[in-house]
Design a protein around this ligand. Structure first.
Ligand SMILES: Cc1cc2nc3c(=O)[nH]c(=O)nc-3n(C[C@H](O)[C@H](O)[C@H](O)COP(=O)(O)O)c2cc1C
Length: 167
């Protein structure tokens, strides 16, 4: 069931987490966040990530909501082409927001658990924008279902044409 922020409990959403580096410059990277319900989200971030270091230092982040694939690409691979990402300040946490995003979830770190390869971080949602509900959050499960449906129809067609081996 979705709550008023438009998030569904147990679902992993692909967002771009923005944080401040120790020298106050902004940093961002795509990171999946899982909605736990009751205004809480969880992220698993791999060792060596600047985002992880920044969150452990400042205890907060902004999850930027976008369905722009270029923004995911640019921020994951740290490419400066197309032009660099533009930022503004978040309202309730000490972290930047990506100006071009469609929505924001401002997050405060509650606790963290360090594993062998990644750290599990639990956050409290401080604010969401727009506050009447976040629009179109990228979720791999929805796109996976469309891909699976395409694949299934191909198999169906091959079987109808007696191409059992290919199916
Ligand atoms: C759609 C997408 C989702 C990602 N999700 C995660 C994630 O949940 N945890 C993680 O550690 N890395 C994830 N990554 C990889 C990081 O974004 C990538 O390693 C990035 O360069 C880390 O940058 P940073 O050092 O500034 O934190 C994801 C990448 C993409 C494209």
């Amino acid at each position: 069931m979705k709550d008023k922020s438009n998030l569904k409990r147990g679902v992993i959403y692909e967002t771009i987490l923005s944080t401040y580096n120790p020298d106050n410059t902004p940093n961002c990277a795509p990171i999946g966040i899982k909605y736990l319900g009751d205004g809480r989200v969880q992220a698993r971030i791999y060792k060596g990530s600047q985002t992880l270091n920044n969150i452990l230092f400042r205890k907060c982040a902004v999850a930027n909501i976008t369905s722009d694939p270029i923004l995911f690409y640019v921020t994951a691979l740290k490419t400066r082409k197309p032009p660099p990402v533009k930022y503004c300040k978040a309202e309730h946490v000490d972290a930047p927001r990506i100006r071009a995003a469609d929505g924001y979830i401002e997050l405060e770190l509650m606790d963290s658990r360090r594993g062998l390869d990644y750290t599990t971080l639990n956050f409290k949602i401080k604010a969401t924008y727009p506050d009447h509900g976040i629009p179109n959050i990228y979720c791999r499960a929805s796109h996976g279902l469309v891909e699976a449906a395409i694949h299934a129809t191909r198999i169906k067609m091959l079987l109808a044409n007696n191409k059992v081996r290919e199916a």
